[in-house]
Design a protein. Structure first.
Length: 184
């Protein structure tokens, strides 16, 4: 296989994914539970057969689960600072001497601005994480779609015959003629 060839699991013509088979596949159960996502069902089947795809899925799960650990320390630190400034502003608003009140409010505003300047780099990194999280989610959805599209296209090649539909239409026409004959 060349580097440019895509690694997609090959299913032989007789092998129909369980999610697309006419057998009971749990679709009825899924419908009863209110969740039926054929794309997800097909993708889950691919995960069981494709080690590379399973590895990618594991990496996605790992990176998502490590986000909390990565941000926890800064978020706790920032949360305490925000709580402090909120409490300081509340306390400052309680001061009755207008000159003193204005002076302390100005001091709080200056110190909060200095703090925000100090953490600006951290906030840029947090924003970067958010952007990359969205990119990972978008690519994950794209991966699922591009990996399952060949399966549904293969399934579409097994289009059922029109005989049963045509037979039903003939029965409808027969009943219509019987009704018309009885009306005359």
């Amino acid at each position: 296989m060349s580097c440019k060839e895509k690694s997609t699991p090959q299913t032989n013509a007789a092998e129909v994914p369980q999610a697309l088979s006419d057998k009971d596949t749990g679709i009825e159960y899924s419908l009863k539970k209110g969740r039926y996502d054929l794309l997800e069902m097909l993708y889950d089947e691919l995960l069981q057969k494709d080690a590379n795809l399973k590895n990618i899925e594991d990496e996605i799960t790992k990176v998502k689960s490590s986000k909390f650990d990565s941000l926890n320390k800064f978020q706790g630190f920032n949360g305490k600072n925000e709580a402090y400034f909120s409490a300081a502003k509340f306390q400052a608003d309680q001061i009755t001497d207008s000159v003193l009140k204005k002076r302390v409010q100005q001091l709080i505003t200056e110190k909060q601005a200095a703090y925000e300047t100090k953490i600006a780099g951290h906030l840029v990194l947090v924003d970067t994480i958010d952007v990359k999280d969205k990119k990972i989610s978008d690519l994950h959805r794209l991966l699922k779609i591009t990996k399952t599209l060949p399966l549904i296209e293969q399934y579409q090649n097994k289009l059922p015959s029109t005989k049963a539909i045509e037979s039903y239409i003939k029965n409808q026409e027969r009943v219509i003629q019987l009704q018309n004959g009885a009306i005359k």
